[in-house]
Write a protein that binds this ligand. Structure first.
Ligand code: 13P
Length: 249
């Protein structure tokens, strides 16, 4: 399997009102005027998915959700299913973000079930993994991250379009980034694990880096070994910053 096209995805987290669609419009205008080397996606809060998908339909910018429930429907007040995201026009979904693993106690098994749900609905999952600072300082980074990869990615992903995002928890929203050597070490370990688990099919899926990516550090991070794109938080909220990362890919 050949390597997939790099993917630069913006995770708006719990940010964005209707007015913020102007930023999405500006991103798509620039992407369509000068198509970048990478795929580009925006993942707004659930309230904006349908409107953003309508707005970006037919443009070079894809739309994703930030989470889904594993079940297709039912008595789960406040939750949304993968089918609902797909019905709203999303093509991708972020799963297992550390803010959900930590804040909602999401286990690898739950993330795997959500990933199955995403596949069932025809969504492309972006499955997040990453160590805490405490785990890094204890020398556990590689065992934690490869354990998350094994536990969060169901066998049914083999041959399907998906991405893994390596997001060190201590680099998210902090302005801190790992060294390029640290990024490469983890990305190579993730690739080896993907190949162990999925065989030849494990060579294709892009492994995104996430955590304080900005226009000023994007080019060198995106050039690092086994880095197949970026998952961008804060810097994806403003079109100009996000486009500075997209054009660096
Ligand atoms: P920041 O880019 O704000 O550090 O967030 C990264 C992230 O969590 C993307 O999912």
């Amino acid at each position: 399997m050949t390597a997939a096209r790099p993917l630069v995805a913006g995770n708006w987290k719990m940010n964005g009102l209707g007015l913020s669609l102007d930023e999405a419009r500006a991103v798509s205008a620039a992407v369509d005027a000068q198509p970048p080397a990478c795929r580009v996606a925006l993942c707004p809060p659930a309230t904006l998915v349908a409107r953003m998908a309508d707005l970006l339909n037919g443009t070079g910018v894809e739309v994703g959700g930030q989470d889904c429930r594993a079940e297709e429907s039912g008595a789960f007040t406040g939750d949304i299913s993968a089918e609902m995201l797909a019905d709203a026009g999303a093509g991708l979904v972020i799963l297992g973000h550390s803010e959900r693993r930590a804040g909602y106690g999401e286990s690898d098994a739950l993330v795997a079930a959500k990933t199955e749900a995403a596949l069932r609905a025809g969504l492309e999952p972006i499955v997040c993994v990453g160590e805490t600072l405490q785990q890094r300082e204890a020398g556990e980074t590689l065992s934690v991250v490869t354990g998350q990869v094994r536990g969060s990615l169901p066998a049914s992903l083999a041959g399907k379009a998906f991405a893994v995002a390596y997001e060190p928890v201590w680099a998210i929203g902090t302005g801190l980034t790992p060294t390029l050597e640290q990024i490469e070490e983890v990305h190579v370990a993730i690739r080896e694990t993907l190949v162990e688990v999925f065989g030849e099919a494990g060579k294709g899926p892009p492994i995104l880096y996430g955590g304080s990516v900005k226009p000023s550090n994007a080019a060198e991070i995106l050039k690092a070994r086994e880095v197949g794109g970026a998952l961008v938080g804060g810097a994806s909220l403003k079109a100009a910053d996000f486009l500075g990362i997209v054009t660096a890919a």
